[in-house]
Structure formats: structure tokens, C-alpha cells
Ligand binder design. Structure first.
Ligand SMILES: Cc1cc2nc3c(=O)[nH]c(=O)nc-3n(C[C@H](O)[C@H](O)[C@H](O)COP(=O)(O)OP(=O)(O)OC[C@H]3O[C@@H](n4cnc5c(N)ncnc54)[C@H](O)[C@@H]3O)c2cc1C
Ligand code: SF4
Ligand code: SF4
Length: 430
């Protein structure tokens, strides 16, 4: 990022895509387009994130690895499988995310909701929007692929005099929001987060869509589901499920997923008040309530939502280990260990039945992501490891023979957290 750049004028309308100062690891969350782009230095997940401190500020305490599942999913007070009894048309799952925001507007708890709608020329491209009428929340429903400068609309929200805001965001946007929250001058910000992984630019996503279907322009919906399939829906009402194993992932260019998303350390949006995803939902939505504000947000749904106990089955270790081997090969530019074609349908049939399911599926994905972050950063930007990888990433990867070298950790971080677990780190100052 160019720190010597003069302050930019406050954006008043939709952000101009050419206006963002360029820096290497950046998902254009919007801060670099604000009147004070230098704030990226303290706000960015990809520079020197301070997860334990922010967890403490937002939730009253940092994640506690001795509590069940907190190492994997971050601090929480409740977890549920969930669905709206009446799904919202156009929603990605049943629409819990946008319905909570809609009720916040209906009840005048917030003045506006900061979120994404679809770009008017490309249904898959996210475009930031401030919504102040409950009936307009339907514009935001559904998933777009890629990232767009959500937080560039914070200053316009201030200029409009909004005092209470809800923000729906993916983890890298929520990190920057929380890092700057105290300086923004809003009375209250309610944060509804979704998990995020394997994101890429909208342009790259179109390339992927072209590879998996002969009719990409007719696809209206895509989701990577917890049953190890990608679901596609088409304009004519047709649907198609493709097993993960039959996706042409190894045919994608090496830089298909940007380094930001290959080294992202927050899969489950740990700084949101409530995270709404699907990974641990066994075919339904998966809700992580992280603090009292999150509890208040969930209770707005009243009996519109059906909550169920989460389940867990299968064992993750061998799946994660196999993934690690492939990530190491791919990061080294070597051909992936490909499964013979005849075996793919068999394994595709077995995985949803015997592979990790429910919370075990979510733990699997979180460990895979941690491994990916270490392997790719070590290879491509080793000098950043020390500051970019929080302790929890090393803890998640420790069962897969991935330990930090002395120069890859900061003594201070490790002094503060998890002394016991990290005591064996060679050469560290724990
Ligand atoms: C790129 C991406 C990757 C994801 N990966 C996972 C995952 O691996 N595991 C998992 O459990 N969940 C993941 N999710 C979340 C999941 O797809 C659903 O969005 C979530 O479960 C909410 O469903 P819903 O029906 O409540 O959403 P809806 O009520 O339909 O609302 C969706 C909300 O997400 C916002 N949104 C859509 N696209 C974007 C975008 N590109 N950037 C920022 N905000 C956006 C919309 O504006 C809207 O506010 C991902 C989401 C995105 C955007
Ligand atoms: S992701 Fe956001 S905070 Fe980080 S450099 Fe880009 S604009 Fe700045
Ligand atoms: S994977 Fe991480 S870095 Fe990439 S868009 Fe999602 S939250 Fe941001």
C-alpha cells in the first residue's frame, strides 16, 4: 500500500473500482479507498492481525482451546443447526442472515444495513450497498463470488447521519471493521458474519463456472455443500449436483485462488456477533452465537426459526492428512496425487456416508485451511509468517507435523497464549 498517498475524498456513491491503492495481499475490503487509507496498517488481517485482543474486546474473552470446539470455531456461547421455517426466496440457504437484518430495520433497531447486492451487469459480482428499508433486504439475498469494498460505504453511512448500523460481512471485512470500530463513531454496530473460504476474484469464478457446465450463463445458484457436492441451479428450474472429487480443481491455474484466500486465518468469522454458515449444519444452516449481542440477534427470529442440536460423525485425521500432502505437492509446483477415474464415483458415494459429517466436517475444513495457510505462506511469503499467523493456526496444524520454526513466531504472542501447548516449539521464547 502507498502510505504516502494523500487522503482521498470521502466516497459518496458506489465505489470506483479503479480507486483502490494497490498492495500485495489485499481483498479490497474498502479501507484503502477511505479518506484515511493509512488505517490499513492497523486494520488489515494480512498485515499484523491481533485476534486474541480483538476477541477479548468484542466477546469479553479470547478463544479458549480447552473449551470444546473453541480452538476450531473461535469464542462462542451457543451453536445450532437451524433453518427458517419458511425459506426466503432467493436466499443462499434459508435466508437467516438477511432475515435478521430485515427485522433489525423493521424494528428500527438500526438505521441501515451495510451488505452486498449483485452488480447490475453481473449476478455473480458483489457490490456494496447501504440498505435502510426492510423491503430492500431481498436485494442482498444469495451468494456472490469474489470480494468488493464493503467498508468503503462506512464514511457515506456516517455522512448520512446513521448512528446504529448492522454489517453483514465475510471474515476479512469483519476483521478490518472490528479493528477500526472504536474510531468510527457509530453508537452500535451489529455484526452478522458468514464463514468464507476458497474465494477468488469474480473473473476467476466465471472461468470455474465455464469448466463445470456447458451453460454457465444459465446458472442462478452455486453452493459447495456439506454432502461433498457442489449444487448448481439453472434458470429453467433444473438442478445438478457434482461430487467435489469430480470437480476440475487440478485443471485450474496455480494462482486461481489468490494468496489472501489461500492464507486466510479466519474461516468462521470469529469477530462477528453471530456467524451464519452451513458447514456444521448437516444439510441445514449452522449458527454460532458468539456473545450477548449475537444472542439478541438470534432471538429476533422468534419462532420463525427452527433450532436443532448439532451432530458430529466420522473421523477427520486421514482426510486432513491426505489434503496436506496434496497442498504440499501443489505449492511446490508438483503434479497432484490424482485419484484414478474409476475410483472417483466410488469414493464420491462413500464420502457423504462415512466421511466427516456435521461438526466433524466443519473441524476438517478448518484444519485444512490452517494447513493451507502455513504451507502457502511458508513458500510464497515466509517473512510474513511471524506476523500473519496467529497461535490458533499452529495449534490446529500441530497434529499434522507442522510446527513453527523459531523465526516464524513472535515470542510475545506465544508468551500470552497457550503456553502449555506451544512449550515444545523449538527455539521459541515461550
Ligand atoms: C465467498 C463466500 C464463501 C463462503 N464459504 C462458506 C463456507 O466455506 N462454509 C460455510 O459454512 N459458509 C460459507 N459461506 C456462507 C454461505 O454461503 C451463506 O452465505 C450463509 O450460510 C448464509 O446463508 P443465508 O441463506 O442465511 O444467506 P442470505 O440470507 O441469502 O444472505 C447472504 C448474505 O451474504 C452476503 N454476501 C453474498 N455474497 C457475498 C460476498 N461475496 N461477499 C460478502 N458478502 C456477501 C449477501 O449480501 C447477504 O447479506 C460463504 C459465503 C461467501 C460469500
Ligand atoms: S484488505 Fe482492507 S485493510 Fe487490508 S490492505 Fe486491503 S483495503 Fe487495506
Ligand atoms: S477466504 Fe478469507 S481472505 Fe479470502 S475473501 Fe474469504 S475471508 Fe477474505
Amino acid at each position: 500500500m502507498n502510505h504516502s498517498a494523500a487522503p482521498r475524498p470521502v466516497p459518496q456513491t458506489q465505489p470506483d473500482s479503479a480507486a483502490a491503492p494497490h498492495r500485495g495481499l489485499c481483498t479490497d475490503c474498502g479501507i484503502s479507498r477511505s479518506s484515511d487509507p493509512k488505517r490499513c496498517a492497523s486494520a488489515c488481517q494480512f498485515i499484523q492481525p491481533q485476534y486474541p485482543g480483538l476477541e477479548e474486546r468484542v466477546h469479553g474473552r479470547r478463544r479458549d482451546p480447552s473449551r470444546p470446539d473453541e480452538l476450531h470455531f473461535g469464542p462462542f456461547i451457543q451453536m445450532h443447526k437451524a433453518s427458517l421455517k419458511q425459506a426466503s426466496a432467493g436466499a443462499q440457504w434459508s435466508g437467516i442472515t438477511t432475515r435478521i437484518a430485515e427485522i433489525l430495520l423493521q424494528n428500527k433497531v438500526v438505521d441501515a444495513v451495510l451488505t452486498m447486492e449483485a452488480d447490475s451487469n453481473d449476478r455473480w459480482r458483489p457490490s456494496p450497498i447501504l440498505i435502510d428499508k426492510p423491503e430492500d433486504m431481498k436485494k442482498a439475498r444469495g451468494m456472490r463470488m469474489g470480494y468488493a469494498p464493503l467498508l468503503s460505504l462506512l464514511e457515506p453511512a456516517q455522512s448520512k447521519g446513521y448512528k446504529r448500523l448492522a454489517v453483514i460481512g465475510i471474515p476479512c471485512q469483519v476483521y478490518a471493521l472490528r479493528a477500526l470500530e472504536k474510531t468510527l463513531g457509530f453508537e452500535k454496530i451489529y455484526v452478522i458474519g458468514t464463514p468464507c473460504s476458497d474465494n477468488t476474484t469474480t473473473e476467476n469464478f466465471h472461468q470455474f463456472l465455464n469448466l463445470i457446465t456447458p451453460a454457465p450463463q444459465e446458472v442462478t445458484y452455486l453452493e459447495f455443500k456439506a454432502n461433498y457436492h457442489v449444487e448448481l441451479r439453472f434458470q429453467n428450474g433444473g438442478t445438478k449436483e457434482i461430487p467435489f472429487l469430480q470437480l476440475p480443481l487440478s485443471d485450474l491455474p496455480k494462482d486461481f485462488f489468490p494468496l489472501t484466500c489461500r492464507t486466510c486465518v479466519d474461516y468462521t468469522n470469529v469477530l462477528a456477533d453471530i456467524t451464519v454458515g452451513y458447514m456444521g449444519g448437516e444439510g441445514e444452516q449452522w449458527i454460532i452465537v458468539r456473545n450477548q449481542t449475537g444472542q439478541q440477534l438470534l432471538s429476533l427470529l422468534g419462532d420463525e426459526v427452527q433450532l436443532k442440536k448439532t451432530g458430529s460423525a466420522g473421523k477427520r485425521h486421514s482426510a486432513v492428512l491426505g489434503f496436506k500432502k496434496n497442498v504440499e505437492l501443489a505449492a511446490g509446483g508438483l503434479p497432484l496425487r490424482k485419484m484414478p477415474n474409476w475410483l472417483r464415483p466410488i469414493v464420491s458415494w462413500i464420502m457423504p456416508r462415512l466421511g466427516p459429517r456435521g461438526l466433524e466436517f466443519a473441524r476438517t475444513r478448518v484444519e485444512m485451511k490452517a494447513i493451507e495457510s502455513i504451507v502457502h505462506l511458508r513458500r510464497e511469503q515466509p517473512a510474513r509468517m511471524k506476523h500473519m499467523l496467529p497461535d490458533h493456526i499452529w495449534l490446529l496444524a500441530q497434529d499434522y507435523d507442522l510446527k513453527p520454526e523459531a523465526h516464524e513466531v513472535t515470542p510475545n504472542t506465544h508468551k500470552e497464549a497457550h503456553k502449555e501447548t506451544l512449550r515444545g516449539v523449538q527455539g521459541s521464547h515461550v
